[in-house]
Design a binder for this molecule. Structure first.
Ligand code: ZN
Length: 268
């Protein structure tokens, strides 16, 4: 088992890059929604932001792995207080870790200073594979490092559960943002459990009641329990945010500096 988990962990960056290339190819042959007027510029800008996110994630990922190991060695967290069968511990750990991510994502929308950074991900007027990693570096630090370190320690997340969770969450993140149409039946069945591409796209709608919904990263349970979900179809959605309605607002420099500028947000 340990060998398999090591292999899965080592494969995660390879899977991420392979998925980005695969979905890029599919969405350019068979796009679902209308692509942006200047596709090359859109991909180019998002590519620069994504590269920074990817590298930052790689560095922060090492810190999180260190925390996962320390948690196991020192028996920190909830799950380490009980003698649970391993599989049981992994399942509960994965569910709790996803729930923590759901709560953090709520905070990223509800706490004004966190929203200033998180809204860069929501500012994209066109969703495609390049939107998957369009995050402000500070937003990456909040969700990938601060939350993951705290979540791992509080839950006592076993390394196996951490690796399995990442192996589901990473490909799902790419699928959720890609401009690819998924078979309606598969969407309908899969969203009973997983935050499918059609489910997550509602989170990118410009209307605030939709933006503040569909927070779940991997599972749909939490949004169903808290009533933060709806039934819009991806082709019915207006994507982006009102304050990012001009081309100049999507320049990399503007996106990186905007959280520090005079507030232009319509919500806070
Ligand atoms: Zn969000």
């Amino acid at each position: 088992m340990k060998l398999m988990i090591d292999l899965l962990a080592n494969l995660q960056p390879v899977v991420l890059i392979a998925m980005l290339i695969l979905m890029y190819c599919i969405e350019n042959v068979l796009p679902y929604l209308n692509p942006p007027a200047n596709k090359r510029k859109h991909y180019g800008r998002n590519f620069i932001i994504s590269l920074v996110s990817f590298l930052l994630n790689a560095v922060l990922g090492a810190v999180v792995v260190m925390v996962v190991e320390l948690t196991a060695q020192n028996h920190w967290g909830l799950l380490n207080q009980f003698e649970l069968p391993p599989v049981f511990g992994w399942i509960i750990g994965i569910l709790l870790f996803d729930f923590g991510s759901f709560l953090t994502h709520n905070l990223q929308h509800k706490v004004p200073v966190l929203w200033r950074f998180h809204r860069i991900h929501h500012s994209d007027n066109h969703l495609n594979v390049s939107s998957s990693l369009r995050f402000h570096p500070v937003d990456v630090i909040v969700s990938q490092c601060v939350y993951q370190c705290i979540g791992v320690m509080l839950i006592g997340l076993p390394i196996t559960a951490f690796v399995i969770y990442g192996s589901i969450a990473i490909p799902l993140l790419i699928l959720q943002h890609s401009n690819v149409r998924f078979p309606a039946k598969l969407e309908r069945i899969a969203r009973l459990i997983f935050a499918t591409p059609g489910w997550h796209k509602i989170h990118h709608a410009s209307e605030q009641k939709d933006t503040d919904s569909h927070y779940g990263d991997v599972f749909t349970f939490w949004d169903r329990i808290f009533g933060t979900w709806g039934k819009k179809q991806p082709h019915e959605i207006q994507y982006g945010l009102a304050e990012f309605n001009e081309d100049k607002h999507h320049r990399v420099g503007h996106l990186m500096a905007s959280p520090f500028k005079k507030n232009t947000s319509s919500r806070y």
